[in-house]
Design a protein around this ligand. Structure first.
Ligand code: SF4
Length: 286
């Protein structure tokens, strides 16, 4: 009999958990729920909520809806999205993660301050990512978004600079960008480590977990960047690690002779029920 353990540190972060609870509560009340964008980067969880009646819509489609509740997911939205919902006269459930909301507020305040001194707001993040669109929106879309050090030339080093990071960014890369800006800035430079501990704390933990098992099965959505980062960490710690999106992906050929225990883990967007289904399938194979 194979022993199967599920990593206690894997699964939804509190921001995603809160958004899914908000959706589930509305659906239970019989409400038509329209989530703007994927509620979570996990196809199986999205499928489950869709079967319960939740629709995923594009922001542009809000105007086509006549009733029901619009749900803003954990990533947050720019002020213009709130105006669209208001104008359409629809109900809004704002499930923006409190960490993101606080960051939006900080960027908004800093933008007002920097305007007075001809300064610039810089965001270290992924261009076009939903969270970054929401953050940039706090600055009248004037913030400069940089994805890596190759884009530093977009900053004017002769003006004050205030730097923030998208919550899911790697804090080590953030520090190396800070160093490069410090070397070039001729005016005031302020920076804030706004990466989320719910993400950064997972890396060392998942490595510890992966090292304890002869075989590791990582459960994650194909679209989740967090799943990619955490799986790569697993794989580098333990080469006998495999990525699955559902229990059906588990392959019997991975279970070589002598494997007596298996570790199951996942991303901040992986539901607990899905890791349990994968664990059950492994037990059945055993
Ligand atoms: S990773 Fe952090 S900031 Fe992002 S939704 Fe989860 S708790 Fe919120």
């Amino acid at each position: 009999m194979i022993k199967v353990d599920i990593d206690v540190h894997s699964g939804f972060c509190f921001g995603v958990k809160k958004a899914i609870e908000a959706a589930s509560e509305l659906l239970k009340q019989g409400e038509d729920v329209y989530c703007v964008g994927d509620i979570v980067h996990n196809e199986e969880e999205s499928k489950r909520l869709n079967q319960l009646g939740m629709s995923i819509i594009d922001k542009k489609a809000i105007g086509d809806i006549s009733s029901g509740t619009i749900l803003f997911r954990a990533h947050g939205e720019p002020p213009s999205a709130y105006q669209i919902v208001n104008k359409a006269g629809l109900k809004l459930k704002d499930a923006t993660c409190p960490v993101v909301l606080k960051l939006q507020q900080r960027i908004k305040n800093s933008y007002e301050q920097q305007k007075k001194v001809n300064g610039q707001i810089v965001i270290f993040g992924k261009k076009g990512h939903a969270e970054v669109i929401g953050l940039k929106g706090q600055t009248n879309d004037e913030a400069i978004v940089i994805e890596d050090e190759s884009q530093l030339a977009e900053i004017d080093f002769n003006r004050p600079i205030e730097l923030f990071a998208q919550t899911t960014k790697n804090p080590d890369i953030l520090r190396s960008i800070v160093k490069l800006i410090e070397e070039r800035a001729s005016q005031d430079f302020i920076w804030h480590n706004t990466t989320c501990k719910q993400v950064t704390g997972r890396l060392p933990r998942i490595i510890d977990f992966a090292l304890k098992y002869p075989l590791v099965i990582f459960v994650g959505g194909k679209k989740s960047s967090n799943a990619k980062v955490l799986f790569n960490a697993c794989k580098s710690a333990n080469s006998n690690s495999y990525f699955v999106s559902s229990e059906e992906d588990v392959d019997i050929s991975w279970f070589k002779k002598g494997i007596d225990k298996v570790g199951v883990c996942g991303a901040t967007s992986t539901p607990q029920w899905l890791m349990e289904k994968v664990a059950q399938r492994i037990k059945n194979l055993g």
